[in-house]
Design a binder for this molecule. Sequence first.
Ligand SMILES: [Zn+2]
Length: 435
Amino acid sequence: MASQKYMFYKGIFLNPISDTKCDFYSQGLLVIKAGKVKNLLPYAKGLKKYSLEMTKANTKDFGHSLIMPAFFDMHFHWVQDDVREMPKDSLLEWLEKYTFPTETKYAKASYAKQKAKTFFKKLSAHGTIAGACYSSIHENALKIAMDEVKGDFVIGNVLMNMNSPKELTQTNEESLRLTKKLIKEYGTRHCFTPRFAITTTPEVMSKGSRLADKAKCFKQTHLSETPAEIDFVLSIYKKIPGFENVKSYTEIYEKTGMLGKRSLMGHGIHLNDKELKLLHKTKTTVIHCPTSNAPIKEKGLGSGLFNFKRLEKAKVSWALGSDIGGGPFLSMFDVIRSFVDQNKKKKISGATYIKGLNRCTLASAEIMGTAKHAGNFKKNKEANFIVVPLKKNIMPRNAEEALEKLIVSQKNLRKNYGAMVSHTCFKGEFIFKKK
Ligand SMILES: [Zn+2]
């Protein structure tokens, strides 16, 4: 139970407001009551205002640490933790060689349970407390994930009915029956998850979409990650009655009812103007996964650079995801770094660190429909935050500089991003404390 009394936290605060604005408090005080934010203000002012309430027992000074909203990861596969760093020559090859055999193991409940226990602890330790997650096809693995996850996530079992290994193939009836059952059991925590148009039949996508829409569940899948994938999709659907004339990947999802305001499309790198229009019209969101799309030498799949400016011009909403195992690391700091770096290398302006932070906090909450109670430190929102100790010689003067210095200081050892968070707080309770 969250305490009904005040708690006070002191540190250097970052409070994302938009892509271009992030409030910065070089010495700030966060006031919490019953798991909710009551105030965030400069420390000196806070001291005056709350001096009667502040005691040694209810006040914690995090010293030279950054405190910011905890992360959303809007696209990741918890069952791919073991293939994050496997060789990635191409998407379709990597799926067949490493990913599918790994996901097959999750059929066994004891294996899934043991994996879930370590994975979801690790997720909290990385400061991620919300988002959208893919599980394997197996009912048991999904239920285990639902039990073990800490935070506010939607999770879906991937649906695979064609062009998949035998042991990962369900009939249409099996997929639809399971969808119905899981929606009944988990309500809006369930996310309708056709793996992608290659492996999921139009019948499952259409009928399942209707079930998900009726229950107001989120839907997620992959869209236009690589040119080879797009060619393969179109070659398959050319032979499917009713789809002979589809011109694009997005159109397939439109025809099967997969687009909409609760739809999250992973990647969306190679989209034409008509597809962007369709995404805008249907209020569909694209989830950008820069570390997964990054060149192979940077441990990504080399899928290409996501043109965020083009999406914004077409008024298509987007947020950030790690896409592990396509992405190599769970840390959203690594994802922000990759977003900034890849754009900088191509001399594309506007990809700032505060934009990156906004896209995996407040902007993600807006997409998930939870911005009223999550995403930043606005009054009465849930106290969901992370604490990240800063090196002593880093004295930031604003939010952009704070994030840049923090992220660049670890750049050459990407694995270190996973160890940066010292505390993760969800609804006022610490779900992770570094030992
Ligand atoms: Zn993915």
